[in-house]
Ligand binder design. Sequence first.
Ligand SMILES: C[C@H](O)CC(=O)SCCNC(=O)CCNC(=O)[C@H](O)C(C)(C)COP(=O)(O)OP(=O)(O)OC[C@H]1O[C@@H](n2cnc3c(N)ncnc32)[C@H](O)[C@@H]1OP(=O)(O)O
Length: 722
Amino acid sequence: MGKGTTVLEVGDDGVAVITLINPPVNSLSFDVLLSLKENYEQAQQRDDVKAIVVTGSGNKFSGGFDITAFGGLQSGKMEQPKKGLISIEIITDTLEAARKPSVAAIDGLALGGGLEVAMACHARISTATAQLGLPELQLGIIPGFGGTQRLPRLVGLTKALEMILMSKPVKGNEAHSLGLVDAIVPSNELVNTARRWALDIVECRRPWVASLYKADKLEPLGDAREILKFARAQARKQAPNLKHPLVCIDVIEEGIVSGPRAGLWKEAEAFQGLLQSETCKSLVHIFFAQRGTSKIPGITDQGLVPRRINKVAILGGGLMGSGIATALILSNYPVVLKEVNEKFLEAGIGRVKANLQSRVKRGNMTQEKLEKTLSLLKGVLDYESLRDVDMVIEAVIENVSLKQQIFVDLEKYCAPHCILASNTSTIDLNLIGEKTMSKDRIIGAHFFSPAHVMPLLEIVRTQKTSPQVIVDLLDVGKRIKKTPVVVGNCTGFAVNRMFFPYTQAALLLVERGSDLYQIDRAITKFGMPMGPFRLVDLVGFGVALATGIQFVENFPERSYKSMLISLMQEDKRLGESTRKGFYVYDNKRKASPDPEIKKYIEKARSISGVSVDPKLMKLSEKDIVEMMFFPVVNEACRVLDEGIAVKASDLDIAAVMGMGFPPYRGGIIFWADSLGSKYICSRLEEWSKMYGQFFKPCAYLLERAAKGAPLSAPLEQAKSRL
Ligand SMILES: C[C@H](O)CC(=O)SCCNC(=O)CCNC(=O)[C@H](O)C(C)(C)COP(=O)(O)OP(=O)(O)OC[C@H]1O[C@@H](n2cnc3c(N)ncnc32)[C@H](O)[C@@H]1OP(=O)(O)O
């Protein structure tokens, strides 16, 4: 059976309506594209057809080219169509060059190839809320159905570059003011308006525009060159490791300098090349991995319906609590914020206000909306006000006995159905709930700071957490626009388990002679937002030490015990907040290296009893990256082996969204598999001989390496490769 189709219906008015049908988003599979071509040709031939309307089924135009086909095209299982077949033969020479005019009727979304089909029509009618955009760069490719040529001609070069390079869609209303669509109508009038518009074109009451040859919106060549030069500089600065944004700019330039037809050919060539790139493979993996995190075998396939959460309570108005409260009220959840005294409560509410105010300052929220959002927040000091909430999220300091007492109290005051969640980032949930009888409704809701900004939500289930409670929290996560990763219960869960060896590797290397600023530079160049030392400065030494202790206590055999951070803390160097950490900070928070650090390193080195290793003093960037990240891979393997994560791709998302691992490398395990389990294992073995247990490969990694199996393959599959 084919994948999707189009349907042609001819009305008495002489308009042929062609509907794209490929749920859920009417993606453009080859079947859909070939069927679209056939129906266009039929409409051309039929005497009873005067004009054409293209629309999508289920109130959606189209989400673009079928991303599920990428894998087949990349592996060679599916044949690449000949160059230009779709963008030139179908979209340009069949759709745009047709002898009968066509109008796109856009509801819901027109993204990527979807918008490119719409731009080849001779006019576009849209609803106000539809999303229109070319987000291809997010997938490591460029628009490949003529978008690089038509969008600049419809909206001007500057706006087109912004939309394409930032993968930023616009809503119908904005698209209208930009000239991308010709009229905005309500959804129920969409197709009829488009029909009339198409007939008006036939009768010359409306212009018949072929976007590819429109030139009035294009800037003069000299100006265009300047704009492109600026865009190139920005792209190089923002994503120095990525080539495809620069390729995209070259392709756009070709169309402006040599004409749109030449631009189309260059686009087709570049598209085919980029489709095979590692960047594209990695980003497509991330696309599906991200959607896969909310599919949990045994939980989300049981037909459970999420219960309605009407009101949420947050315990603790510190940095985390106030961030979580902000995230919730921003998605219209009424929130009760509980603190222990007036002073803390006021400070907590103040933080939420400040979070919202920064949105107003940046122009992302009106003052009126701020007031309305803030009215959803109520501060309280007692447990009485928690009687009618459906979920509590505890976000107090990381202190086991305090948390245990809180959960006992919650059990007393909250309704029996109320979900009892903890935002702990490291502590075992069984310990937190030890003194309660409510173990089935205890769950971890681990947010990342700042909680109203960071996209990840680590959902921690214990053996006893009921599937219903997991489904409920998944639903809340979706409503507050977080990507969930559901993990099992242990010290540090998935993200901090991976973070720990990362920080430890950095400390081990500097104690043995590597330059800490060089480590930070190499790691930033690899694609992390900042290096490990700059990061510790940012989160603060207090947090780093508190989490560190949890790990050293729980995993002593593989912890590298360094006193470096403690020694600096004794001298009140606590990171950026004190203007001194591994770096020194000026008034503008600009970080500069500090020669004084040597002193602390030497002291820490003598406490650890290690000596400088000349090899580690002159590590290459590649070696730094591997010595920093292979221990992370090793820990990720343990997390998989212990069943803490259900699938490898969940850890890829956890690394990308929780640690800042570059998405264009596909996440931690995907990246590791690109290097091979054998190679990683052999390097770790080599280092463990020289530098100790910290690097020792775990059983899972050893087993995979021995079989030459990828780390991401499910256990049975890896075994069956024998
Ligand atoms: C040649 C061309 O220039 C190349 C292209 O067109 S490349 C494609 C460009 N298009 C895109 O990048 C859009 C990608 N999709 C999205 O951003 C979002 O899915 C969306 C905004 C369309 C919908 O978002 P949302 O409502 O949150 O639903 P979401 O869960 O993401 O998607 C629903 C389902 O549609 C699938 N889907 C979405 N877009 C798809 C596409 N283009 N192809 C195939 N499947 C797609 C998702 O994988 C998901 O499947 P699942 O239910 O099995 O997990």
